[in-house]
Write a protein that binds this ligand. Structure first.
Ligand code: HEM
Length: 472
């Protein structure tokens, strides 16, 4: 009884004391008396749903794309919600995305579910900020920049030709097969062509790891997480052996492994492994989803397919006898229409609908307060589907990329310090595959059912079963 009474009496006194102390403190710090802590600012509009559960069910039981569009229409480009146990602010304007990912990136740190961070490895590029992140980016870009990628055409081409041969005459699940193609391209660009002697075992361990990516981090025998962590340890042992053999040979930095091993601040085996597993994770499902959408869009538009085929035939015709399997970097540069089809696929499918960051302190944006610890999500898809930037957004129209999009309106590879360092490789593997596909093969969709599935990226329904065969 006494305690509440004392606090009641003390509170006003304490408040008066603190107010007086605050103005003295502001004077001492030479801050303006009008200095207002961000706490006074309102939170963005929006609804938070049920306690703890928030609006998770609304987001995941329907289509997340429809959920975010509906919210944007109702509340505007900055709104709050609550999902997966976290309060979140969604941002769907180009300026807002740039603010979070680029100009004020230091106020927002990358954030991932704990299970994913443990499985990929804490020292992988995605989870870093500051000097260690800068170092990793430099090393990754050294292996994947356009300058480095131009020497990878032959390796990617051999992988594409082999994949297409294996699909000939078969009914395939496009997404699953493209995952396998993207995996092979990733391995060639990580290890070069000599070190992929143990790839089958490495792949099997990676598949077992991947099964646990979205599991709860409960490390008990029998759980998905436990199995995944065991596979991770196996994978790490294999990578250590590859690193040791590379050290003995003293090979140069022409691939990602070489680049990670060859730098003044040498990375530990663990740091190298975390980043190799991370790059496989980043390279595979993303590229496979985009190729799957491209197969669908082209199959549904025979005129566009004909024009793309003609562009690729032209490149093939320009080659001398016996050279037709060997594309060069100059050939890749000539694939203008196919590149625009790739860009339009990235826009229309927007396979990464959004990304996550976390505010490291209270941040003011557009007169609203984003509290420290809240998740912040730039909504790429909403920007890519805004009629203000892409007229008639539902139409698949590669010609819109004859003109460069307005700044920050086209961000399939993100923006700022964490933007995708693999964009050139992704483009190369798509262009090379479609060169051989359109000039030598035909494919048809075998399911009339349309729609989108999340796996976790947006993919066509059931992974797009197709029938593929050599042209007569
Ligand atoms: C079409 C295929 C791809 C798409 C759409 C894509 C998209 C993205 C996006 C949007 C980000 C930024 C995420 C964020 O800011 O939170 C990102 C980051 C990243 N991507 Fe890609 N990506 C693709 C292919 C690749 C490939 C082939 C590689 C590997 C060579 C790769 C490696 C990475 C890495 C390492 C990061 C993290 C960069 C950092 O944190 O600094 N990606 N990707």
């Amino acid at each position: 009884m006494l305690l509440p009474l004392v606090s009641l009496l003390l509170c006003p006194a304490l408040f008066a004391f603190l107010s007086a102390f605050r103005s003295k403190l502001l004077q001492a710090l030479k801050l303006s008396p009008s200095f207002s802590p961000l706490r006074r600012l309102p939170l963005p509009p929006g609804s938070m749903g049920w306690p703890y559960i928030g609006e998770t069910f609304q987001i995941y039981s329907k289509n997340p794309i429809a959920f975010f569009s509906h919210k944007q229409k109702r509340y505007g480009p900055v709104f709050k919600t609550h999902m997966l146990g976290c309060p979140c602010v969604m941002i769907s304007s180009p300026e807002g995305a740039k603010f979070v990912l680029s100009t004020q990136a230091k106020l927002f740190k990358p954030t991932f579910p704990a299970s994913k961070e443990r499985m990929i490895g804490h020292q992988a590029i995605f989870f870093q900020q500051g000097p260690y992140h800068n170092l990793l980016r430099r090393l990754v870009l050294r292996a994947f920049s356009a300058e480095a990628i131009r020497h990878k055409v032959a390796g990617v081409e051999a992988t594409a030709v082999e994949a297409l041969r294996s699909w000939d005459g078969r009914l395939i699940n496009a997404y699953q097969e493209m995952k396998s193609y993207a995996f092979n391209v990733a391995l060639v660009s990580i290890f070069g062509r000599e070190d992929i002697f143990c790839t089958e075992e490495l792949k099997q361990s990676y598949y077992a790891l991947e099964r646990g990516y979205n599991s709860m981090p409960i490390n008990l025998p029998g759980t998905l997480f436990h199995d995944a962590m065991r596979s991770r340890r196996r994978l790490e042992r294999m990578l250590s052996e590859i690193i040791a053999s590379r050290r003995q040979r003293g090979a140069e930095a022409t691939d990602l492994l070489g680049s990670l091993m060859d730098n003044e601040k040498s990375l530990s085996d663990e740091q190298i492994s975390d980043n190799i597993i991370g790059v496989i994770f980043a390279a595979r499902d993303t590229t496979a989803s985009v190729i799957t959408w491209l197969l669908k869009y082209l199959a549904e538009d025979p005129k566009l397919l004909e024009a793309v085929t003609e562009e690729q035939e032209e490149i093939r015709r320009s080659k001398r006898e016996g050279e037709d399997e060997c594309l060069t970097w100059d050939d890749i540069r000539k694939m203008q229409l196919t590149s625009r089809v790739f860009q339009e696929t990235l826009r229309a499918a927007s396979i990464l609908s959004f990304t996550f960051r976390e505010a490291v302190e209270d941040v003011e944006y557009e007169g609203y307060r984003i509290p420290k610890g809240w998740k912040v999500m730039p909504l790429f898809r909403n920007i890519h589907h805004s009629p203000d930037f892409f007229p008639n957004p539902q139409k698949f129209d590669p010609s819109r990329f004859e003109v460069t999009p307005k700044p920050n309106t086209f961000m399939p590879f993100g923006n700022g310090v964490h933007s995708c360092p693999g964009n050139e490789l992704a483009k190369l593997e798509v262009l090379v595959l479609f060169h051989h596909l359109t000039t030598k093969y035909r494919w048809s969709l075998t399911e009339s059912k349309s729609g989108v599935q999340f796996s976790p990226f947006a993919i066509p329904m059931n992974g797009l079963p197709i029938r593929l065969s050599l042209k007569a």
